[in-house]
Design a protein around this ligand. Sequence first.
Ligand code: 5GP
Length: 174
Amino acid sequence: MDVTVGRVLFSEEEIRNKAKEVAEQINEDYKGESLYLVGTLRGALVWMADIMKNITLDTEIDFIVASSYQGTDSTGVVTVKKDIEGDVTGKNVLIIEDIVDTGFTLSKLLEYFRGRGAKSVEICSMLSKPSRRKVDIDPKYNGFVIDDMFVIGYGLDYEQKFRNLPFVGIAELK
Ligand code: 5GP
């Protein structure tokens, strides 16, 4: 199957403006606190850069690699392939994600960080597809809500390609 870039859904400018807006809300909500940003590699890289440039709080950054697949039953299996390097005990963890689809990955990551003694754990996602949700996960901070479609660019891939596109576009199957 071949994939090409279809329509542009969100331009670089729109995403950057949204990231600024979301980061301002984060600054407000965590006033007087510090933040521990955990980016999910590789997809959240570009959105995370946009968010963190606009954060004015004391901030540390770290990364995690989680992979998910859906088995034959209705539960997704999520494994941590690369762990964070720091200690999140007593810290305000903000997971930076590219897109929330079924929600399996994030439900697992929330559990993971809560179990490690974080003071708080919240989610900041660039995109969310609520119509696809299989577990009850709602990111506290979210850039854009989209319909059930497969998108690429701005960190998001199709078979590891297209992550470098400076916009989010709809993947077109050929
Ligand atoms: P979830 O566990 O919420 O089902 O899956 C989240 C992960 O699935 C995302 O981090 C992303 O890697 C992948 N994913 C879900 N929807 C899309 C999409 O429309 N485009 C791309 N490129 N990846 C997606």
